[in-house]
Design a protein around this ligand. Structure first.
Ligand code: CIR
Length: 256
């Protein structure tokens, strides 16, 4: 069974953290409608979608990806780089507890799940404004016995590593090279975003399909030209909060 943990859009999303974007008004009802359509897309792809309630005092809580890293063997609760986001962890921990043994990043480590890209047994972790070397050291010590390598990758110009690069097929990444050095990803094929769409590198892979923002038709064309199946979703309001498609769910397999 494939589970997708999601969380409703907070009524306080207008007060979200912003790093690279200017604050713009967010239409809460439209954001909620877009989020429901995103959830429906995950359900259509075979996910059993679980929805945690909206949290009025946690503006960024819809972005559940940032508070946990779920692997087949275990899950790691993060210590988000933005202090305002640390109280988001507790509810997601309770949602994950039935499925995985939980570990936690400890101070001084900080990491956002948006900085963690898993490709097979390789974890790439963005060294960003949110995630640091101390967290990477903790993850490496925890995960080495399971056969994972954990590699820090400097990120500049965007919020998270997965703003700059995501996996779109078994051995293929979608990348915006201005924000991350492609040299880290040896052995993997790379598809570049269209130069007119710098925010287009964040795709969510569910099975063999890609859930993908409708705002990037040119890069979508590049993906489809490679034979990839792309399901567009409109996430314009969440994008104003510096979120995209990977950040709104934690997707993992579990025994029936
Ligand atoms: C933040 O700055 O933390 C939120 N406003 C956006 C987080 C987006 N998360 C993600 O892409 N993984």
């Amino acid at each position: 069974m494939r589970i997708a943990i999601t969380r409703e859009v907070s009524p306080a999303i207008g007060r979200c953290e912003l790093t690279h974007l200017e604050r713009q008004p967010i239409d809460l009802e439209l954001a909620r409608a877009q989020h429901r359509a995103y959830q429906a897309c995950l359900a259509a792809l075979g996910c059993q979608v679980q929805t945690l309630p909206a949290t009025p005092d946690l503006p960024d809580s819809v972005f559940v990806e940032d508070v946990a890293i779920v692997l087949d063997e275990l899950a790691i609760l993060t210590r988000p780089g933005a202090e305002s986001r640390r109280p988001e962890v507790a509810a997601v921990a309770e949602a994950l507890r039935p499925y995985r043994t939980l570990y936690a990043i400890e101070a001084p480590g900080t990491v956002d799940g948006g900085d963690v890209l898993r490709v097979g047994r390789r974890l790439f972790v963005g060294l960003s404004t949110r995630s640091n070397a101390a967290a990477i050291d903790q993850m490496r010590a925890l995960l080495a016995p399971y056969g994972y390598t954990v590699q820090g990758v400097p990120v500049a110009g965007c919020l998270h590593l997965k703003s700059a690069v995501t996996q779109v097929a078994g051995d293929t990444l979608l990348i915006h090279r201005a924000w991350v050095d492609p040299g880290a990803f040896d052995g993997l094929a790379l598809i570049d975003v269209d130069p007119s769409e710098p925010y287009a590198a964040n795709a969510l892979r569910v099975g063999q399909a890609l859930v993908y923002p409708a705002a990037f038709p040119r890069t979508r064309g590049r993906l489809e030209a490679r034979g990839l199946t792309v399901l567009p979703v409109d996430v314009s309001e969440l994008a104003k909060a510096e979120g995209a498609v990977t950040c709104c769910s934690l997707i993992f397999e579990t025994a029936e």
